[in-house]
Design a protein around this ligand. Structure first.
Ligand code: SF4
Length: 209
């Protein structure tokens, strides 16, 4: 496809998905909640993230609360998210940094967020987009997979996906494209056995089966 027509293809895909799906909203725009929930979401399924996040925020309200708790309790609360020992360690380290260097507030600058151990581009972009409502493309597994299947890009990793998408997705859709592709990825364009016969954007897809 001609590169110049890709932004138009993106617009059409977004318009169709928008008419079929209600984009999700985080239950809270609290930057600390968005940050922790995104860390919990690493390498697990969406339903495990939701459960671990719910359990965690039943006992924690702030980074100070994290530091008061026995690490074993943190591990136990986030267990449903998998890799809970590593994630608990990260959450404790991040909370320490927030308390000691940032007055317990999550910084809104992406460059600052990226200085935290365990915070990569996906997490930094999620905080920018979902907590601070700043344009950012959150590339999770759904966005990476679907963008490539559709033939919008041809990328090997999420970093490359973010860069390539930033060239063809109008900025006003940077936050929305994640929300729509996440729902589409959960319902229709699943990692294995995508339901192409039920897909509303099949006409725009290079990989339709
Ligand atoms: S046609 Fe199939 S592969 Fe393409 S976006 Fe739809 S579900 Fe995914």
């Amino acid at each position: 496809m001609n590169k110049n027509s890709l932004p138009r293809k993106v617009e059409s895909i977004i318009a169709i998905l928008k008419s079929h799906y209600k984009p999700f909203e985080f239950s809270s725009r609290d930057p600390f909640k968005v940050l922790i929930t995104t860390i919990l979401s690493q390498r697990t399924r969406d339903e495990n993230t939701a459960l671990a996040s719910k359990r965690f925020f039943e006992v924690v309200r702030s980074p100070e609360d994290v530091l008061k708790l026995d690490p074993k309790i943190i591990e136990e609360t986030i267990k449903p998210s998998g890799f809970y020992k590593v994630k608990a360690k990260r959450i404790i380290e991040i909370s320490k940094q927030l308390v000691n260097n940032y007055g317990s507030k999550v910084p809104f600058k992406k460059e600052e967020l990226l200085k935290f151990k365990g915070v990569g581009r996906k997490t930094a972009n999620a905080v920018s987009a979902f907590a601070f409502n700043k344009p950012a493309i959150v590339v999770d597994t759904h966005v990476h997979r679907i963008s490539n299947r559709l033939g919008l890009i041809n990328s090997k990793n999420p970093e490359q996906t973010e860069y390539e998408l930033s060239k063809i997705v109008p900025k006003k859709y940077w936050i929305l494209i994640n929300k729509l592709f996440v729902i589409h990825g959960q319902k229709i364009c699943r990692p294995i056995n995508p339901k192409c016969s039920e897909c509303k954007i099949t006409n725009f897809c290079d990989k339709k089966i």
